[in-house]
Design a protein around this ligand. Structure first.
Ligand code: ATP
Ligand code: MG
Length: 325
């Protein structure tokens, strides 16, 4: 498998370049908070002064401050794959965008291998890479041109970058011939594969994967997952992953946090989270209560990660704070 990946210890080379001590945690977030402005709900708006004002309010409603990420603390050891799951709009991507220097937190601190994304954005950018579900490309340029552009930004040699990208994409099942097609000619899944290859060109030591497999067919999904595991195994890469695929999260992540309305409401290993759900069900059964989720369960008492998601995203669980300093 992947000679280019194995040929040098790229991770160590990057760590030396950016001057990172081996013992430093890969990521340490403390009390990270982010607000956005959002439209005020109809019920919360001040009464309209007249019909025209009412009509105007419907078109341009008054705004309010909305909490997207609320006091999130998180510590990732080097080589760990940590998953964040939560409902749409729960704040996962916002958290990742703050870590990747794209957004400034309103409060709290972030350290990527000891560097602050706001104070040392270039060092942090050298250490991380992000794959997002809405990856931005130059759509009229070919996959190869887009990959070369990214490689040059990171001072990766053209020939090496193209060889490496070709190998990664071959592994992900994208035919070589498609690399010269413009991005707009590729399907969404194919574009997603190019985005994954682009992120891995620069040998990031912290990979921020925001729904990296959304839109991929089951085989490609499995290939990307295997690749992530391989990167962790060979290169000691640290991964922060968001996903709506509970099987994927269980397969890849050592620890998982459940996010709800901007906060981490539960975290632990898949087994710990399942155990918590089993305990809750037992408590409910003992008190004669039955929740909808219990009725839906498959009757053999087995708890899946989907059950964990449904049960725990709506609730507070104290161990969510477990590794907060
Ligand atoms: N640039 C922005 N301006 C205003 N509000 C934003 C912006 N980006 C995100 N939000 C809001 O912040 C909240 C969190 O959004 P975010 O994209 O982080 O959620 P998410 O957990 O990644 O959701 P999904 O699972 O759908 O990807 C949402 O209410 C969203 O509307
Ligand atoms: Mg998102």
């Amino acid at each position: 498998m992947m000679d280019a990946l194995r040929e040098t210890n790229l991770t160590d080379a990057v760590m030396d370049l950016v001057d990172v001590e081996a013992a430093t945690d890969a990521l340490h977030c403390r009390g990270v908070t982010k607000h956005f402005s959002a439209s005020l709900d109809k019920k919360d708006r001040p009464p309209a002064k007249n019909r025209l004002h009412g009509l105007w309010q419907r078109i341009v409603p008054p705004r309010r401050r909305k909490l997207a990420v609320d006091n999130v603390s998180l510590k990732l050891k080097r080589g760990e794959i940590f998953g964040v799951v939560g409902h749409n709009g729960s704040g996962k991507s916002t958290l990742i965008r703050m870590i990747s220097t794209l957004l400034t937190p309103d409060a709290g601190t972030i350290n990527v291998f000891g560097y602050d994304p706001q104070r040392d954005p270039y060092k942090v950018q050298r250490l991380i890479n992000r794959v997002s579900v809405d990856a931005a490309f130059f759509k009229k340029l070919s996959a190869n041109e887009n990959l070369l552009y990214a490689a040059r930004l990171y001072c990766v040699e053209d020939k090496y970058a193209l060889n490496r990208a070709e190998e990664i994409l071959k592994l992900l099942g994208l035919e070589e011939g498609r690399l010269t097609d413009s991005l707009q000619e590729l399907s969404r899944g194919m574009q997603q594969k190019v985005a994954v290859a682009r992120a891995l060109l620069t040998s990031p030591v912290l990979l921020l994967l925001d729904e990296p497999t959304t839109g991929l067919d089951p085989k490609s999904k499995r290939d990307v997952q295997d690749f992530i595991l391989e990167l962790q195994r060979i290169h000691d890469a640290t991964v922060l992953l968001t996903s709506h695929d509970m099987d994927e999260v269980e397969r890849l992540c050592g620890r998982i946090a459940l996010m709800n309305e901007g906060r981490f409401v539960a975290r632990g290993t898949a087994e710990e989270l399942k155990k918590r759900v089993r305990e809750r069900r037992a408590e409910r059964a003992a008190s004669g209560e039955t929740a909808d989720a219990d009725k839906r369960s498959n009757g053999n008492g087995e708890v899946t990660m989907e059950d964990v998601f449904i049960e725990l995203t709506g609730s507070e669980w104290l161990s969510a704070e477990e590794d907060v300093d």
